[in-house]
Design a protein around this ligand. Sequence first.
Ligand SMILES: Nc1ncnc2c1ncn2[C@@H]1O[C@H](COP(=O)(O)OP(=O)(O)O)[C@@H](O)[C@H]1O
Ligand SMILES: [Mg+2]
Length: 245
Amino acid sequence: MPNEEYLDKSVHWKVRSGLIAFAEPAYREVAEAIVECGLATEVGQRLGSGKEADVYLCREGRRLLVVKAYRLYRTAHRGGRPIKLETMGQRALIEHDLLCYAWQGGARVPEPGRRVENMFSMQYLGTPASAAPMLQHAWLDDPEAFLRATVAGVEALAEAGVVHSDLSPFNILVHEGQPWIIDLASGIRVDRLGTPAWVRLSEALTAAAAGARALKRYFERYGLTLDVEDLMTRVRAKIDLFRVV
Ligand SMILES: Nc1ncnc2c1ncn2[C@@H]1O[C@H](COP(=O)(O)OP(=O)(O)O)[C@@H](O)[C@H]1O
Ligand SMILES: [Mg+2]
């Protein structure tokens, strides 16, 4: 059996007992898993495929939704070791949790659905004919207004207590003329206990500044300037209430 040494005992048991397959489940198997666990009644096309997860357009009855499924084995991590179900379940849990938190806090993110193991469902952004494009690939009719809405979106996320650590025009979708922030996979919840506040906050501010710079570069194509300093001052005011850093 390949890669045996990397797997822990519980996974050996599941492999032996046939509960999980060794090879990366192909589309049909993922689709079956999505339907079987009740996240959707029908699975359509794959909308996106990133480092660790695939996103599928699905239907639940007549409603369209998307399911993000973290891949169990084939990831872009170095080493290419098998990653076990528990780990990817944890990843899906973290992203789903952040999404719920951001959504409840009023940020413009897709409404979260349910999570089952390494998959979770959320609101579909787009029309029945086509999915919402990434900001990177969209053409904006009113870039100035969109820039203001994007800045407001980043602030709303901070207000909800979340900082996106991979903010870029690839993780913002243009839906109904508005910016929707997606892919909170490695977001930072600024009020989470566990690490000292100043560590968490300086991480969050570094990530927020990187995101703001990426957006600034993007809007330059329209000849617009995003004031990174100003945005950072406002994000800082929202997340660093007690002036820790
Ligand atoms: N809620 C959604 N509605 C429509 N399309 C989505 C939605 N979430 C993700 N997508 C599509 O799937 C792609 C990948 O999603 P993302 O969460 O960024 O995962 P990753 O970058 O880790 O693969 C996005 O670029 C987008 O095109
Ligand atoms: Mg992404």
